[in-house]
Design a protein around this ligand. Structure first.
Ligand SMILES: [Mg+2]
Length: 126
């Protein structure tokens, strides 16, 4: 369903697993948001640098080349206004401190449910 807050936003989805990436894309395209995708942390940094219009990044933690912590840290140094949300496995929840100290604004626990994801992103878009 189109979302009045998200339809004007540009969201970067960072996820190395193809089916998870398609799943997130499918959920978020219904909101009307503009979507970009990256498959690893290095690509996430490059896309974030090349697209100043990005409002929100949904970042997986376990990623090839540069992990989500490293990518968030670099992007946070460049952009203070961007919202960066970690997608984390339940087993990594103990790393909450590390998530916040790496520059993430918040996190969402996998498996990600559509309504939960949309509510979380909307919270940061009002
Ligand atoms: Mg991953």
């Amino acid at each position: 369903m189109e979302n009045e807050f998200l339809r004007t936003k540009t969201i970067l989805i960072v996820e190395d697993d193809v089916s998870s990436r398609l799943y997130l894309n499918k959920i978020l395209e219904k909101t009307g948001a503009s979507l970009l995708t990256a498959c690893d942390g290095k690509e996430a940094i490059e896309i974030a640098m090349a697209n100043p219009g990005i409002d929100i990044i949904l970042m997986d933690i376990q990623l090839p080349l540069i992990d989500g912590y490293g990518a968030a840290r670099v992007i946070r140094e460049l952009r203070n206004d961007i919202i960066i949300i970690a997608q984390t496995a339940y087993s990594l929840l103990g790393d909450r401190e590390r998530i916040i100290s790496s520059g993430f604004d918040d996190y969402i626990v996998k498996p990600i449910f559509p309504q939960q994801l949309i509510e979380k992103l909307t919270k940061y878009s009002q």
